[in-house]
Design a protein around this ligand. Structure first.
Ligand code: FMN
Length: 357
């Protein structure tokens, strides 16, 4: 299979393949999509200050997250409904992640359940993204299945007490058919065709910080709190026992007009970076974006939509290719920035770009 060479080309090809509803769901953001667009632009507003005449013959992409050394800092972000992209769904994604030595974070809204994924791809390093459903019994079952299935951590998403207003979905009339299998949603008793607003209506909007402690206790797993933009919230995450935070605006899909991950990252790193892991997502489309994120102080980055484009264009192989091309670009950026060891990256090599995008 001849696969594209850049994330941008994967996106263009995927747009030709997906139905209007699936494409709008995957690609879209909330409101005027100001944050969606800015997520990409914000990385481009960071200029790099490379050093030369450094021996870069040996490069080292390794990073430490949750106390464990990883081959590189790329994580597959939790995204819903992979069977809209490829019939194998999340099994293909997990295999792609395994092939590229990346951690895969399974969504609560996956089209594959927690246990099946663990059985089918036991060797992948897996995290579970958790939405706390109003039906706490379903949530408890998912957590138990994650523990039994050898998931390494729980990523608690906290920026979706209700759905952002996603106008592309309203225009296409996007609904998810539970008959095609969204197992953890069906466990709540829901059935038939659901709008995203109805799906998210199953999630408990009364969640507060004490739930983080309860979840850590119930699971015994490290908890990463996803959807942090403000340093004060990162501090609260630390105080309530989180092992890390994911600086994220949910891919521009929730409150339009909030800061990009790129712009929110430094404040959160300055507040809690010495204490817990800080991961960032939103708009990572190039290896040089990974370089910038680590230079600012992230331990790792998550990628969302690029993986969906890879899955759409080439299933498991396509998703793996997306990861590999981002890693190749990252390796290249380490060499050309004159910082061959990722762990040595720091803010000396970044500055606000003098250009405006
Ligand atoms: C189609 C789609 C579905 C998503 N589903 C989830 C989800 O189920 N849980 C979650 O925590 N985040 C979800 N996200 C947000 C991603 O985890 C991530 O924050 C975002 O996609 C990162 O931005 P990027 O797509 O620009 O890389 C979703 C994002 C997209 C695009």
């Amino acid at each position: 299979m001849t696969l594209p060479l850049t994330v941008g080309q994967f996106e263009a090809q995927a747009a030709e393949i997906l139905s209007a509803g699936s494409l709008g769901y995957y690609a879209g953001g909330a409101g005027d999509e100001i944050t969606l667009v800015d997520n990409v632009a914000a990385w481009q507003r960071i200029a790099l200050r490379p050093r030369v005449m450094v021996d870069v013959s040996q490069r080292d992409m390794r990073t430490t997250v949750l106390g464990r050394q990883r081959a590189h800092p790329l994580i597959v972000a939790p995204t819903a409904f992979h069977k809209l992209a490829t019939p194998e769904g999340e099994v293909a994604t997990a295999r792609a992640a395994l092939g590229a030595q990346a951690t895969y974070c399974l969504s609560s809204l996956a089209t594959t359940d927690v246990t099946t994924l663990a059985q089918k791809v036991p060797d992948a390093n897996r995290w579970l993204q958790l939405y706390v459903f109003k039906d706490r019994g379903v949530t408890a079952q998912m957590v138990d299945a994650a523990v039994a299935g050898g998931y390494e951590a729980i990523v608690l998403t906290v920026d979706m007490p209700e759905l952002g207003i996603r106008e592309r979905d309203l225009h296409t009339g996007f609904v998810i058919d539970l008959e095609t299998g969204v197992p953890h949603v069906s466990q709540t008793g829901a059935s038939g065709l659901l709008t995203m607003s109805e799906v998210v209506g199953l999630i408990d909007p009364s969640l507060t910080w004490s739930d983080v402690e309860a979840l850590a206790q119930q699971s015994g797993l490290p908890i990463l709190v996803k959807g942090i933009l403000e340093p004060a919230d990162a501090r609260l995450a630390v105080e309530h026992g989180a092992a890390g935070v994911v600086v994220s605006n949910h891919g521009g899909r929730q409150l339009d007009g909030v800061l990009s991950g790129a712009d929110a990252l430094a404040g959160v790193v300055d507040e809690v970076g010495g204490e817990i892991d800080v991961i960032v997502d939103g708009g990572i489309r190039r290896g040089s974006d990974i370089l910038k994120a680590l230079a600012i102080g992230a331990a790792a980055v998550q990628v969302g939509r690029p993986i969906l484009w890879g899955l759409t264009v080439g299933g498991e192989e396509g998703a793996r290719r997306v990861l590999e091309l981002l890693l190749k670009e990252f390796d290249n950026a380490l060499a050309l920035a004159g910082v061959p060891v990722a762990a040595d990256l720091n803010r000396d090599i970044v500055m606000p770009a003098p250009w405006v995008i």
